[in-house]
Design a protein around this ligand. Structure first.
Ligand SMILES: Nc1nc2c(c(=O)[nH]1)N[C@H]1C(S)=C(S)[C@@H](COP(=O)(O)O)O[C@H]1N2
Ligand SMILES: [Mo]
Length: 393
């Protein structure tokens, strides 16, 4: 499409915050330090993790930028930014989490393939844009449609970035049409992040935000949208981002045997402490984040200071002055909660966190039980070691 281009090399990358820990340089993959991550409920754009599979696309001319919606529909259309700006604007606070978050810890059990991430491959932003349900109405697809008359059941988003996994082709992914046309699912074509125009790293000029599911489906730099009969056949839907059992390894994998991962399970992480921290004996404030998929709120966060033998409950919060209720109408259903508890630590120990969502899903205890060769969805109990020194500290 005119106006948007995927460069062949990394000579025109945008500037980035020096605080970010870089996990891969080209393509650029980086996350903020964990302590900074939970210093605010809404993650500043600069500190928001950046997950890319190719060079960052460039907009030559925003006025010429347009994308097509075609496929199994009667009236394919080209849409410009002005067509999107004309639709009602929604601000949706949603946490985006990469399926590879906490991969580095999983690879300690047994090696996994993929970019290593600590615990900050996620962020919470206020995304501003048009609802995809409204955009699809412009091409004659009514709200709450699961199949178009010509048999379209999925909505595929195609970008322009050149990814080696796609042999130089663009990143793409799809979601079910029923989700895309459900206004309550809050799927956005977003042009703003935290009230600012989306920046290049995060999908300028237009990206998809699919709340409640793994970040991989929130395609950045939209070039075209296709209504298709089967889910997208691209690499990132079919040969990546699938959850396999621990018994499957590279010599016996059958990619077709598993569905593309969509929903995110319940997750929680301690961010106020690095994995091994030296502290003085006494009171320690433990804080972190908890989040679940599917818009499920966080019912409880448990913290243990004896490696998981006994537990106490942490307090949860989103916005100051608004008590958090896991399924409350004043809560942001697609967003993380931050948690906090002050504990007495008198000797070296292991501190653990685990969360429970409103469907009573809990995090698995052991990473070994959910080990998978791609190292995705590490939601095992989060553990940090503390070394308590009694003198000269
Ligand atoms: N076009 C395009 N969209 C993409 C990706 C990409 O590499 N190219 N990465 C995906 C993955 S795996 C994640 S986790 C999120 C990351 O979004 P962010 O970089 O804005 O944090 O974008 C998704 N959308
Ligand atoms: Mo991701």
């Amino acid at each position: 499409m005119p106006g948007l281009e995927g460069p062949l090399d990394y000579s025109k990358e945008p500037p980035r915050h020096p605080c970010l820990q870089i996990n891969a340089k080209e393509p650029f993959n980086a996350e903020p330090p964990r302590s900074l991550l939970v210093s605010s409920y809404v993650t500043p754009v600069d500190l928001f993790y950046k997950r890319n599979h190719g060079p960052i696309p460039i907009v030559e001319d925003l006025e010429r930028y347009c994308f097509s919606i075609s496929g199994l529909i009667k009236n394919p259309k080209k849409l410009f930014m002005k067509d999107i700006w004309m639709l009602p604007k929604y601000n949706v606070t949603a946490t985006l989490q990469c399926a590879g978050n906490r991969r580095t810890a999983m690879s300690k059990t047994r090696k996994v393939k993929g970019v290593g991430w600590d615990v900050s491959a996620l962020g919470n932003a206020v995304w501003g844009g048009a609802k995809l349900a409204d955009v699809l109405e412009l091409v004659g697809i009514p709200n709450l449609t699961s199949t178009t008359q010509s048999g379209g059941k999925h909505v595929e988003f195609v970008s322009v970035d050149k990814c080696k996994e796609e042999n130089g082709g663009p990143y793409k992914a799809s979601i079910p049409l029923s989700q895309a046309t459900n206004p309550d699912a809050d799927v956005l074509l977003a042009y703003e992040m935290n009230g600012e125009t989306l920046n290049r790293d995060h999908g300028y000029p237009l990206r998809v935000v699919v709340p409640g599911i793994i970040g991989a489906r929130s395609v950045k730099w939209i070039d075209s949208i296709n209504i298709i009969a089967e889910e997208c056949q691209g690499f990132f839907m079919q040969k990546d981002y699938k959850m396999f059992p621990p018994s499957v390894d590279w010599d016996n994998i059958n990619w077709a045997s598993r569905r593309p991962q969509m929903d995110f399970p319940v997750q929680s992480v301690i961010c106020s402490l690095e994995d091994v921290n030296a502290i003085k004996p006494g009171k320690v404030k433990i804080s972190g984040y908890a989040v679940s998929g599917g818009g499920r709120g966080i019912e409880r966060v448990d913290v243990s200071i004896d490696g998981g033998k006994t537990w106490m409950e942490a307090s949860r919060y989103q916005k100051t002055g608004v008590p958090y209720v896991a399924d409350g109408i004043k809560s942001d259903k697609w967003a993380w909660v931050l948690f906090e508890v002050t504990v007495d630590v008198m000797q070296s120990t292991e501190i653990v966190a685990k969360a429970v969502d409103i469907a009573s899903n809990v995090q698995p205890e052991k990473v070994e039980d959910i080990w998978n060769l791609r190292g995705i969805l590490n939601t095992s109990w989060h553990r940090v070691q503390v070394r308590v020194g009694h003198s000269n500290m």
